[in-house]
Write a protein that binds this ligand. Sequence first.
Ligand SMILES: [Zn+2]
Length: 154
Amino acid sequence: MVHLQYDAIMKTHRDVLSILKAKNLRLTPARRALIQYILDNKTKQISLQNINNYLEKNIKGVNRSSIYRNLELLKKLEIIQELNLPKKGKHFRYAFDNDIHHFYICKKCGKATNIEKSLYDRIEKALKSIKGFLKADMSIVFYGSCLICKESRA
Ligand SMILES: [Zn+2]
């Protein structure tokens, strides 16, 4: 079982690296470390702060602007998604082989919740029937108030 999981991680890693290769992008130590860190935290929303801390600790001479550029690059390649969480700041999330990366984000506490696929399917269908609009950028974020914050306000 552990083995299978490990194989899956290795495969994902290879897939991500092959995207860089296909685009003729160099795999610098900083890029490699960043990708590894993101894959190690695949299911989490990682704060920019944590990414900076990790890379500064592990890669000699890396600076904030090169970290920023690499994050922008991974975003453009749709390997990661950027989330601006109220009160928590910039976060990044692995998005490459995830079907769903749409969120409700609470404006008060910054909690991000996945939008379930069934809802997204309905939104997509509505877009299609209104404008003949097909899959473009597959990322939707709604800002609102989560149940806990809504209740505590009363
Ligand atoms: Zn909340």
